[in-house]
Design a protein around this ligand. Structure first.
Ligand SMILES: *Cc1c(COP(=O)(O)O)cnc(C)c1O
Length: 359
């Protein structure tokens, strides 16, 4: 069977060269005589893989030396607890901007460990915009300030970062990481589940400034302490070895294509193809305020549920998979992560044009 164009929001499409290499190395990786899944995480062969993955991520994101890179398990959702457990103890308070379900879940989880101040929310319009931030609503005494850089479900993204002064900025970059350049030094902590833009489910990357380590709340489980993982180079216990290996292959592919700036330029072209079509269409409409449009997740509707269903069904029959929108938004959503080729977006636009003509 032929591979389809997979517009899944996550787990999502991976670059074919990475998958091909993984297939080649499935039974025997390098001169180890075994597959990566079978290796001891303490072996020399595996050490080269995890250290290689970290070095590549540092290079591609230009991560300063005073930041630790951690490969953890438990998904981005575990970070909703791990961030407050490790960072909130300083003042017992944190600022949150609620721009969607993930941001809301992060805020709700943090509220179990301290006081959450909701600086702003876009819940009033089904999260179809990024709210303007009034600095007078920021708590200068917050332990950190949390944002969700790209809102996977609603298709919005920050194009300007809040100026939080000395309060460390924390970002959930699950669906943004490696899609556009980010200045790591502007953040205290960045976290991202790999399954959107970096690799398979099962590994979560945390990039954390060193001075934020070592202040975890007393009752924090050992496995939830950043400093434990940092001191053990993500090897306190068995890390998700195979997922990290795939991340390394994906990072090699990103580097080969010219790094994150080249990825961003390509993503801008891909997103423009689809947004330009949506703006000119009399059947399909984007759902997000223009200035806050995501490059990665593009929700759209026809305004007619029956027509949406027909479109999703016919798209599937034509090799365009996973275009159904999130249940909280309805309609359609095309997730066009790094690994979605421009040809895939162009083919989708052609298919939408034809659907509009016939219907
Ligand atoms: C997918 C996603 C999550 C949840 O990730 P899990 O790995 O399933 O816990 C959190 N935040 C954002 C922005 C996401 O896109």
């Amino acid at each position: 069977m032929q591979r389809v164009y997979n517009f899944s929001a996550g787990p999502s499409v991976l670059p074919e060269p990475a998958l091909t290499k993984a297939a080649e190395e499935m039974l025997c990786c390098g001169d180890s005589g075994m597959g990566v899944m079978e290796m001891s995480h303490r072996s020399k062969a595996y050490e080269a893989i995890i250290q290689g993955a970290e070095a590549l991520l540092r290079e591609l994101m230009d991560i300063p030396d005073n930041y630790k890179v951690l490969f953890l398990q438990g998904g981005a959702s575990s970070q909703f607890a791990m961030v407050p457990l490790n960072l909130m103890g300083r003042t017992g308070k944190a600022d949150f901007v609620v721009t969607g379900q993930w941001a809301k879940k992060a805020a709700q989880e943090a509220a179990r460990y301290g006081v959450v101040n909701t600086v702003a929310s876009s819940a009033d319009a089904v999260f179809n915009y990024i709210p303007a931030l009034d600095k007078s609503a920021f708590d200068p005494d917050a332990s950190y300030f949390h944002i969700t850089s790209n809102n996977t479900i609603y298709g919005t993204r920050y194009t300007e970062l809040p100026d939080t002064g000395n309060v460390p900025l924390v970002s959930d970059m699950s669906s943004l990481i490696l899609s556009e350049t980010a200045e790591v030094s502007k953040y205290g902590l960045i976290y991202a589940g790999a399954q959107k833009n970096m690799g398979p489910a099962g590994v979560t990357v945390v990039i954390v400034r060193e001075d934020l380590l070592g202040h975890a709340m007393e009752h924090t489980p050992t496995m939830f302490k950043y400093d434990i993982h940092a001191a053990n180079a993500s090897m306190y216990n068995t890390p998700p070895t195979y997922a990290i290996y795939i991340v390394k292959l994906v990072l090699e592919w990103v580097k080969e294509l010219g790094g994150v700036p080249a990825m961003q330029a390509l993503n801008e072209e891909k997103a423009k193809l689809l947004y330009d079509f949506l703006d000119g269409s009399s059947m399909f409409k984007g759902t997000v305020v223009k200035k806050d449009r995501s490059l990665m997740n593009i929700p759209f509707v026809t305004g007619d549920d029956a027509l949406n269903d027909k479109f999703i069904k016919e798209a599937k029959a034509n090799g365009f998979e996973n275009l159904k929108g999130h249940r909280s938004v309805g309609g359609m959503r095309a997730s066009i992560y790094n690994a979605m080729p421009k040809a895939g977006v162009a083919a989708l636009v052609e298919f939408m044009k034809e659907f509009e003509r016939v219907n």
